[in-house]
Design a protein around this ligand. Structure first.
Ligand code: ZN
Length: 427
């Protein structure tokens, strides 16, 4: 029996990989794109009318926490990827700080088995750099690569010492894996719960200086230069860090970075005694946000990543000081990016699409394109559709978001993975 075909008609295809922006129909068969042409007539095909919509390569999220194994009350591979699909993501990279930590091939395989059984979108696990992410000895990186990891990190904290980072990077280089750094100097961070500044003083909360991040980025860039391995700076929040990344790129070092939607929309002045505003790195200053927006526009920043970090209501409903760090982020990422970058007039539509598609793909050494022969992973979205995000209706098990009740102009409309519609907006 012939494989079922899917035809997307009347859409505007935006494909940064070949700087294409124009009307085109897309025919899909057997999980791959069969053709992209101005007009394709339907023959025995299921058809999606994409009138008024953008047809983009499938969005990739470089940074999320799916919490399985170990913290299933907060999230699972099934619920997390359902939320990701509603956010337009066709592939998500999940961080290794699960319980147990993903520091060996059996945990990697467990996550991939869960994904095969229950995930709505592709799951690309990231392995721990060190055993237990304790920063003492190397994790089983080669075995995890064979099992399917796409990068290594000790996310939640940086790789503990420069010496260990050098070992990890030498190893990662030989395996052609990027090393993702949660750059943060532990001694400066110690006990901090928000960015140090006038607001932290006013609220009486322990502050973390921007230098905690930049000092570590400087170290990481030095070890990148020493080893030649690919360095990716996670959830960058400070303008000083961005300057270091820019300088590294000028020197043609293999350094990339990501910024989260909460860091390019919110600032420390927005923080109130509400743990939904508690994340790590903490919300930064107004000047940092301006610098991050410039970096997103001018190409210094490679990707928008959510750092989707679900926590149960019980664990978050405590005093600010005691609450865990993190906010959910899949479903609001595109709406926030359209508002801050496109509707503000700062960036082109192609640039916004690049930050969700070819940008993160490059970090992983992968390709993303709306072209014949490519996997049929596509994100359909609107730049105009008005909708309101209600955390209660989220597919995530967790509700820890500062964006509950926010109305957006534009957002995801349908998510297609391997030629299958895994989510479509109803209202
Ligand atoms: Zn992190």
């Amino acid at each position: 029996m012939a494989e079922r075909k899917l035809l997307i008609v009347n859409g505007r295809v935006v494909d940064p990989s070949r700087h294409f922006d124009g009307p085109a129909d897309v025919l899909i068969e057997g999980g791959r794109i069969l053709s992209v042409a101005p007009k394709i007539s339907p023959k025995d095909t299921e058809t999606i009318d994409a009138s008024g919509l953008i047809v983009a390569p499938g969005f990739i999220d470089l940074h999320c926490h799916l919490r399985e194994p170990g913290n299933e009350p907060a999230e699972t591979v099934e619920t997390g990827t359902r939320a990701a699909a509603r956010g337009g993501f066709t592939a998500v990279c999940c961080m290794p700080n699960t319980q147990p930590v993903n520091d060996n091939a059996s945990v990697t395989r467990f996550i991939l088995d869960r994904a095969a059984a229950a995930a709505s979108v592709r799951v690309w696990p990231i392995g721990a750099a060190s055993k237990g992410s304790h920063g003492e000895s190397l994790a089983e990186i080669a075995a995890m690569k064979d099992a399917g990891i796409v990068a290594v990190t000790d996310d939640g904290k940086p790789i503990a010492t420069a010496k260990l980072l050098r070992q990890v990077m030498e190893y990662a280089r030989s395996l052609d894996l990027p090393v993702i750094e949660h750059s943060e100097d532990a001694s400066l961070f110690a006990g901090g719960v928000m960015r140090e500044g006038a607001t932290s003083v006013r609220l009486g909360l322990r502050g973390v200086p921007a230098a905690a991040e930049a000092i570590c980025v400087a170290r990481d860039v030095q070890i990148c230069a020493l080893t030649g391995a690919r360095l990716h700076v996670a959830h960058m929040s400070a303008k000083e860090s961005l300057e270091l990344v820019r300088e590294a790129k000028r020197r043609k070092l293999p350094v990339t970075c990501e910024v989260t939607p909460h860091h390019f929309t919110l600032i420390d002045e927005d923080v109130v005694y509400d743990s939904r505003y508690k994340m790590n790195p903490p919300l930064a200053s107004r000047a940092d946000r301006e610098a991050l927006l410039e970096g997103l526009v001018d190409g210094s920043v490679d990707a928008i990543a959510t750092d989707h970090a679900p926590h149960t209501q019980a664990s978050k409903e405590v005093e600010f000081d005691r609450a865990p760090f993190g906010v959910t982020g899949f479903e609001t990422a595109l709406g926030l990016a359209l508002e801050a970058l496109l509707h503000s007039g700062r960036a082109s539509l192609e640039r916004v699409v690049e930050l969700f598609t070819t940008g993160p793909a490059r970090v992983l050494g992968k390709k993303r394109a709306v072209a014949e022969g490519e996997p049929a992973d596509l994100t359909l979205f609107s730049t105009e559709h008005n909708w309101t995000f209600h955390a209660q209706e989220s597919a995530s098990k967790s509700r820890n978001t500062p964006f509950d009740g926010r109305t957006f102009r534009g957002g995801p409309m349908a998510t297609i993975v391997a030629g299958r519609i895994v989510w479509q907006r109803k209202e």
